[in-house]
Design a protein around this ligand. Structure first.
Ligand code: AMP
Ligand code: ZN
Length: 463
């Protein structure tokens, strides 16, 4: 099978060829731990988790190394700790633990290595020293800056003009910079800010050098895949490329750059700064993590994904349908592995075509249709196996079907009872159009209401 991936660097879909198939390397920029993850962040980590699973499936678990860092030194963290009146270490420990909880409910596998920036300061300092020695960086007034003009390839990923770059990075025009486009590798820390001793005085790293040093430590100078959200292309990834290639005397850094599209609400990017976000934790009050995950995978990872209640409702409905198909009887002495493999192939092909999860999901629905139609126990068992394995490649269908179906029924029942009560209230207040609308919505879900002659609802059933 052939894995193809869209490479942001070449802006083309390319056949994926690892440097060494025995050691496939992927680095994804992890969270800055100052606050809970919102579901836009969740999208990024779920998408790359699917890629991790697909790589493990193709190359074998032991041949894939996935590194996803924790950014635990960054100015947003210092600001949040000040606002909360909380020690920085307590804030980062608490938010890292919360991040792990959120990832686990979204079915995101832990990466093979999860390096923390604060544990790689010596590697960052060493890389900065190499950049200074090779003329790509300079120290000035306690800062060290990367000299953008020293790198003729700067801008290769974002393909921006110089003016766009300066505007896009909202660059501070500081008197100590030789060029406004130069960016910080190291900066001085005030006594109340986190800091480490360095050749340039007590200070802390810039965000970009953190990822260059951590990827070098855990994946080497050159590796296969680097991922993150679209917003990281510039300046973060552009700067990572500049730092890493210049520190490695021009040797190649990353072969394939992958970027996920934004999750939006009413067409605006979900972000902490706009305040239009909800956290994974908040959403769990409304839906199980697996339904959130499926909803996040219901659009292609490079497309924008507008988050709506309807999308989440559809995701639950799909899971109900998948899990119900898995509860149908199976052949107890099932041996049709070949048939299962065959049935799974179209699902794998969709995923291996630049992670086409919407197509893979529709192919899972196709398997359910076939499961429901067949009268052969052996064929059904093969199809069920394909459904399970296809789901697992996307991090879905990993729980006992009965556990899902029971949980979903309880949550559904509560919601249905609430809608029935609203309808009864609407009827009572003679808002008949509204009452009819609720009845129609329930009926679209296959819920039949039986009204008592006196107008109050006595019971409901699923059609
Ligand atoms: P952060 O912790 O803000 O650095 O973000 C962690 C990851 O989430 C990065 O890869 C971001 O690019 C990604 N991200 C942030 N906001 C969104 C969004 N609204 N939709 C999709 N990905 C996002
Ligand atoms: Zn990064």
């Amino acid at each position: 099978m052939t894995l193809t991936l869209y490479n942001s660097l070449t802006r083309r879909k390319e056949r994926f060829e690892p440097i060494n198939p025995q050691r496939v390397g992927m680095y994804v920029c992890g969270p800055t731990v100052y606050d809970r993850a919102h579901i836009g962040n969740g999208r990024a980590f779920v998408v790359f988790d699917v890629l991790y699973r697909v790589l493990r499936d193709i190359y074998g678990k032991e041949h894939v190394r996935y590194v996803r860092n924790i950014t635990d030194v960054e100015d947003k963290i210092n600001a949040a700790a000040r606002v909360n009146g909380e020690p920085i270490a307590a804030l980062t420990a608490r938010t890292t633990a919360a991040f792990h909880d959120d990832m686990s409910v979204l079915g995101v596998l832990p990466p093979d290595v999860e390096p923390r920036a604060t544990e790689h300061i010596p590697q960052m300092i060493a890389m900065i020293e190499r950049l200074i020695a090779s003329g790509h960086a300079y120290a000035t007034e306690g800062h060290v800056l990367f000299a953008v003009a020293s790198d003729p390839h700067y801008g290769q990923l974002s393909r921006r003009s110089r003016d766009e770059m300066i505007a896009g990075a909202r660059i501070e025009v500081a008197p100590y910079k030789r060029d406004p486009a130069d960016f910080v590798l190291w900066k001085p820390s005030a006594p109340d800010e986190p800091g480490w001793d360095s050749p340039w005085g007590r200070g802390r790293p810039g965000w970009h050098i953190e990822c260059s040093a951590m990827s070098e430590t855990h994946l080497g100078e050159s590796f296969d895949i680097h991922g993150g959200g679209l917003d990281l292309i510039f300046p973060h990834h552009e700067n990572e490329i500049a730092q890493s290639t210049c520190a490695h005397e021009g040797r190649p850094f990353v072969r394939y750059w992958l970027h996920n599209g934004f999750l939006s609400i009413d067409s605006a990017k979900m972000s902490k700064s706009l305040g239009n976000f909800f956290t994974v934790r908040e959403l769990l009050d409304e839906a199980p993590g697996e339904a959130i995950r499926l909803a996040l995978l219901s659009a292609h990872y490079r497309d924008p994904l507008d988050w709506t209640d309807e999308r989440l409702r559809q995701a639950r409905h799909s899971l109900d349908r998948f899990y119900r198909a898995l509860t149908l009887s199976r052949d107890p002495v099932f041996e049709c592995f070949g048939e299962a493999e065959e049935a799974l192939r179209p699902v794998k092909e969709a995923l291996e075509d630049d992670l086409n999860t919407p197509l893979a999901l529709s192919r899972l629905h196709g398997l359910v249709g076939a499961i429901n139609r067949t009268s052969s126990d052996a064929e059904r068992s093969a199809l069920q196996r394909a459904l399970e394995q296809g789901g697992r490649l996307m991090g879905l269908l990993e729980q006992d079907p009965l556990v899902w179906l029971r949980g979903s029924t309880q949550a559904d029942e509560r919601r249905i009872e609430e809608q029935i009560a609203s309808r009864a209230a609407a009827r009572h207040q003679r808002r008949f159009a509204e009452a009819d609308k609720i009845r129609a919505a329930l009926s679209a879900e296959g819920i039949v209401l039986e009204d008592k002659p006196d107008g109050t609802t006595s019971w409901w059933r699923k059609d």
